[in-house]
Design a protein around this ligand. Sequence first.
Ligand code: FE2
Length: 463
Amino acid sequence: MDGEVRISPYLSGNFAPVRTEDDFELEVVGEIPAGLRGALYRNGPNPQYEPRDPNYHWFTGDGMIHGFFVRDGKVSYRNRWVRTPKWELEHAAGQSLFGTFGNPMTTDPDAFGKDSGAANTNIVWHGGKLLALEEAHAPFSLDPDSLEPRGYADFGGKVTAHPKTDPITGELVFFGYADSQMPLSPMVSYGVADKDGRLLRRETFEAPYSSMVHDFIVTENHVLFPILPLTGSLERAMGGKPPFAWEPEKPALVGLMRRDENTTKIRWFNTDACYVFHVMNAWEEDGKIVADVMKYKAAPLFPLADGRRGEQCGAYLVRWTFDLSNASNAIQEEQLDDMPGEFPRYDERFTFQKNRHGWFAGQTTTPGDIRTNTLAHIDLQTGKRTDWFTGPGDAVSEPVFTHRSADAPEGDGWITAVVYRAAENRSELAVFDAQDLVAGPIATARVPRRVPFGFHGNWVDGR
Ligand SMILES: [Fe+2]
């Protein structure tokens, strides 16, 4: 397919898929810390075949897992497609069959009504299973070593790519949007599975309108559902317009529910038009809910309702406060940093607690460009940010924190991320001291080819 004129920007450069599944022992430069033992799993879209939709969107390519296995100072790499029913169906057909976001206008009639799950967004460990997640379908289970398929996990239906693990109960708390037989509906589900992955509850409510809901906020006693004006519309899609579009004239809402209540009791807070893909951490403090989020003033990566390109801007780390004792439903907001970025992470031992340390991938040259080129650490107590720049033209993935030991202080450990070296068209795993990013990687492990840009990764100890 190389040399063919490609229409979608998500099929060129390091967005383009790799079409081989490989096992490599990586060349290590520097010294992998002795205490770092486990696997960094990353997930991202990697279409098996050329998409049939000229408006192919990055969010819809087949998931591919890139596993970096770190043992005894050595690093091995394995990548495999997530063999979902969609992947198998298209593999048998020898071509792509599904339209972007299930758009019937660009779907082959042979695929109507078939499962279009791509399992391409996140990869988490829960209940003894490695789960590839994508927000419009159920989690797909993989063998943690071979990455071979183990089939869907049953959580009663769709599960967000950003479930939260309750550190007190071990429960997996999740939601699913557009959760009905009708595509792009305003129905949202809320669910909880126990620490072993057994579904405990699941219920569905109608949101004020159909919105793409990528992430949500969970604290010890509350759950909050952002309904922000990146809207879905089947009617619009059937008219040849975008299935999802930025409609800032619609209200920006966040629905708050007590976790011991049900979805008939949601209080709707509001703010100015904005979009949030990702939440860093959230906690409860003096009758308030506090959440640090990466906020855009306009949703990137999506057009306006008439199909025109919308404003492209970066996201900034802001602190949202929901005052439960105040009659006002306005969300209070404070900007925490001035570097545009994405993929906020923290030391997840401090989930539901006020955390001091946060990390994100920054973009220092072109706000709104999703090819992030900087790793940033922010001290939320002092507001001081320190960072490491990849170098011109290079890019870096989401930073994933791993603690040095179970009882190490907050933020004491390592950051792992995948760096793309543009001049050599290859990628490498980079390991940093989590609180000294400025010093650069303490070790890198070189992949002999590139690893396409992806979304999320997580570290699993001891794999
Ligand atoms: Fe995400």
